[in-house]
Ligand binder design. Structure first.
Ligand SMILES: *[C@@H]1O[C@H](CO)[C@@H](O)[C@H](O)[C@H]1NC(C)=O
Length: 657
């Protein structure tokens, strides 16, 4: 019970920290009217466009992949970090010019004309049509905030707004399915959203916010909401008269046929001093679905899992205590020969396993992944990697992974040496090459598919070379340094000596056989992560924001505890059944959680995502495989070291002659 309260207090503290250090390093930007523009405030409100994505495909596309308006002047794209580049974010300047506190009723951005006699026009149109039919979403950014669309949800009590980041590029009515927000008629048709109503709310400047530079006509941007519209302007955009929504041709234009799209926008500035700048993200995070349910269910599962593992630990400690007391009693007495249970295999438990090389390499890589996850989550908890810090989470994880080569080399070398391994060169090479090589290889193959699809998620060649350089020039040397120190140390000493001749393992019953044990081992750890998993997968594949890192950190700790305890428990049963092949089995027992993770990802793919094209499916499973592999390294390593510690402990307590 003490532990539960301690952990709950810890998590509460973490959540408090998140609150008080909201988005450090991201200073607010002050805006003001054109005539007041100075060093302290800007009049231009820059609108950036990011890549478009959809739930119906895994492949994102850059804004310029579609034939939208482009900015006239070649203003530069903002600098992106490694995480953004690797994960396909492409932030570009837009042709929309917004000036602070200047309402615009209707302004033409550009007009695109397509003619059936030009083949390339039909290609452009079909790209747009494909985007509409797959429900691709725009992701715009103003003042480092995502532009959102809000819907009224009348759930009885109060008029609640539900806001999502991004908005549709168009909508369609087709064979009974329709994606349009407002009813547009029953005919089968495509519509393109060519007009956007931007509503920008701002917190007007006050003395305490602005220091001595008090300004009346200034403020900070709180939110930017968009209402996309489809408008068929006859010939004269923004003239006030129109023909209803703009129907998009659902076929190839024939010779002589033409089709025009006029892109327009309007801007309204609304003052709202009730929302503080520092809490401007809240409306996005709050309207994420089921936030309350999530709180409750996570807490619930945490309590259950902690309770369970507490029981397991207690039972284990008690039986063990009895065992040890009995062993040591028998030793003092007459019939010292009559040994039983796990003590019988004392001459074999530390017999080096087969394929010790591979095991030590996996453990080294596992330690690397474990440290990376731990530090990344800690940073995330402190608010350094909040959603406003785009791509920071992945950048942080990748940089940490590269820098943590040394622990990997060290652990791998020490374990390998304790197995009596001689081929230290192969060990170091494999540690630095195997796991990163598998991840990089998978990533490269997927990149080929993305290149083939002309997607924005395809990493530019220069970045790929940069990643290779990070791996080969930073991570590999660091691994060598770690391994050098690992091999220089004396080999780990085991508490009991290993006999010359291996003992015969008796026939095992069904539940002490290796495979059932391993399959069972993953259930409990998986049980405590699967609720979070749903939200994490949503944030990866449905572009929902994930921000509850306090919880995630907690779940991670619980995962470590359950992995360790189940492995120790099963390990104990196996030793009692006189089966001493525990090295690989302890790794695989908790590592099997990754198999459940894979099954869950498959389930998610078929039930939550509406993906039909083969390339998307391929990419989904490619990324899933990388995730599952890393997760296997992580959980397997936790299980192994828990078991290793446990076995060293119990055999150092019993007296062996
Ligand atoms: C812009 O329009 C809004 C809503 O109509 C209005 O409240 C606001 O005063 C207008 N702002 C300016 C600068 O005209």
């Amino acid at each position: 019970m003490k532990r539960i309260t301690a952990i709950l207090t810890l998590s509460a503290n973490l959540l408090l920290i998140v609150d008080s250090f909201y988005l450090p390093g991201l200073a607010p930007v002050n805006y003001c009217k054109r005539e007041d523009e100075s060093d302290v405030c800007k009049a231009d409100v820059k609108l950036y466009v990011n890549r478009l994505n959809t739930e119906e495909s895994v492949i994102p596309y850059e804004y310029n992949h579609f034939d939208f308006c482009t900015p006239k002047d070649s203003s530069k794209s903002p600098v992106e970090n490694l995480g953004q580049v690797v994960f396909g974010e492409r932030i570009r300047p837009s042709p929309y010019n917004i000036e602070f506190m200047k309402n615009v009723t209707c302004e033409l951005v550009c007009k695109k004309s397509y003619s059936g006699s030009r083949a390339e026009d039909n290609v452009k149109l079909s790209t747009l049509r494909k985007g509409i039919s797959l429900n691709y979403q725009h992701h715009w950014i103003v003042d480092n905030m995502p532009v959102t669309t809000c819907y009224e949800t009348d759930d009885g009590s109060d008029n609640h707004q539900y806001c999502t980041t991004g908005f549709q590029m168009g909508c369609f009515v087709r064979n009974g399915r329709q994606t349009c927000l407002r009813p547009t008629g029953n005919q089968n048709a495509y519509y393109i959203y060519n007009h956007v109503d931007l509503r920008i709310t701002y917190h007007s400047g006050a003395k305490e916010d602005w220091g001595s530079q008090f300004r009346e006509n200034g403020g900070r941007i709180i939110s930017v909401k968009v209402i996309p519209r489809s408008i068929d302007y006859k010939n004269d955009p923004c003239s006030g008269s129109n023909n209803g929504p703009l129907k998009f041709p659902s076929y190839h234009l024939k010779e002589g046929e033409t089709f025009d799209i006029a892109y327009t926008y309007s801007v309204t500035f609304i003052q709202d001093n009730t929302v503080k700048w520092s809490s401007r993200w809240d409306y996005i995070l709050e309207s994420m679905p089921h936030t309350n349910i999530q709180w409750f269910s996570i807490l619930n599962s945490l309590v259950i899992v902690l309770f369970l593992s507490g029981m397991v630990a207690m039972i284990l400690l008690r039986t063990l205590h009895k065992d040890i007391a009995r062993y040591n009693q028998i030793d003092n007495g007459e019939d010292a020969q009559e040994e039983f249970g796990w003590k019988l295999v004392h001459g074999d438990v530390f017999r080096p396993p087969r394929k010790g090389m591979l095991l030590s390499v996996l453990l080294g890589s596992g330690v690397q992944v474990f440290c990376m996850t731990l530090v990344t989550l800690a940073f995330a908890c402190l608010g350094f990697l909040s959603p406003a810090n785009r791509g920071a989470l992945m950048t942080c994880a990748m940089v940490l992974y590269v820098l943590l080569g040394s622990p990997a080399g060290y652990v791998s070398a020490r374990i390998y040496k304790s197995f009596g391994g001689e081929k230290w060169k192969s060990n170091v090479l494999l540690t630095s090459m195997l796991a990163p090589g598998i991840v990089f290889g998978l990533f490269f193959v997927m990149n080929l598919v993305l290149w083939g699809n002309d997607s924005s998620a395809a990493v530019p060649f220069s970045t790929l070379v940069g990643l290779l350089a990070l791996w080969l020039l930073v991570s590999v040397p660091l691994t060598f340094v770690g391994a050098f120190f690992g091999f220089r140390k004396r080999a780990l000493e085991h508490p009991v000596r290993t006999n010359q001749i291996p003992r015969l393992i008796p026939e095992q019953t069904i539940h002490t056989q290796p495979i059932p044990g391993i399959v069972m081992g993953g259930v409990l750890p998986f049980g405590c992560i699967f609720i979070q998993l749903f939200f994490i997968l949503n944030s990866i594949w449905s572009s929902q924001m994930y921000y509850m890192f306090g919880f995630l950190f907690l779940v991670f700790i619980i995962l470590v505890i359950t992995c360790a305890e189940t492995t120790i428990l099963l390990c104990y049963f196996h030793l009692c059944a006189e089966d001493y092949h525990w090295w690989w089995r302890s790794y695989l027992t908790s590592g099997f959680t990754a198999v459940y993770l894979f099954l869950y990802c498959c389930h998610y793919f078929f039930t939550k995502l509406q993906i039909e094209d083969a390339a998307s499916g391929f990419l989904y499973f490619g990324y899933t495989l990388i995730m599952v592999f890393l997760f296997n390294l992580l959980t397997g390593t936790i299980g192994f070291f828990a078991c290793f510690w446990f076995i060293r402990k119990i055999y150092s307590v019993v007296k062996v002659d």
